[in-house]
Design a protein around this ligand. Structure first.
Ligand SMILES: [Zn+2]
Ligand SMILES: [Zn+2]
Length: 114
């Protein structure tokens, strides 16, 4: 995967926008990113992309949990999201973020893989 972000910015209180090197643009709701936090605490052991395990127990999301305090680059392959409740162990790799992207281009590409 050679696609990487050329720009990452928070465009509103609830949304993060990423411009990718291949030209498409992702918008993520912070709530969703928090729900999909890939760290071991939130989602157990790292699972493979195509793992559709048992549904997660209902988690209570408070407003401070989905407010972003900061974004840290991790090497050249990921970002770390730092949330207002202090949670900061989630490392979101480009590949993971692309998986979460729901733009038209990605929808088509993801269908093509199956
Ligand atoms: Zn987490
Ligand atoms: Zn996309």
């Amino acid at each position: 995967m050679n696609t990487y972000p050329t720009s990452i910015k928070q465009i509103s209180k609830e949304k993060l926008q990423i411009f990718w090197s291949d030209g498409h643009v992702s918008e993520y709701e912070l709530k969703r990113l928090r729900e999909e936090c890939p760290c071991a605490t939130c989602n157990g052991e790292q699972v493979l992309w195509r793992h559709y395990g048992p549904t997660k127990p209902i988690s209570i999301i408070t407003s401070s949990m989905i407010e972003l305090r900061g974004i840290q680059p991790v090497g050249n392959y990921a970002i770390q999201l730092i949330w207002n409740d202090g949670h900061e162990t989630g490392i979101y790799s480009w590949e993971y973020l692309l998986r979460l992207c729901e733009c038209e281009i990605c929808k088509i590409n993801n269908q093509g893989e199956n």
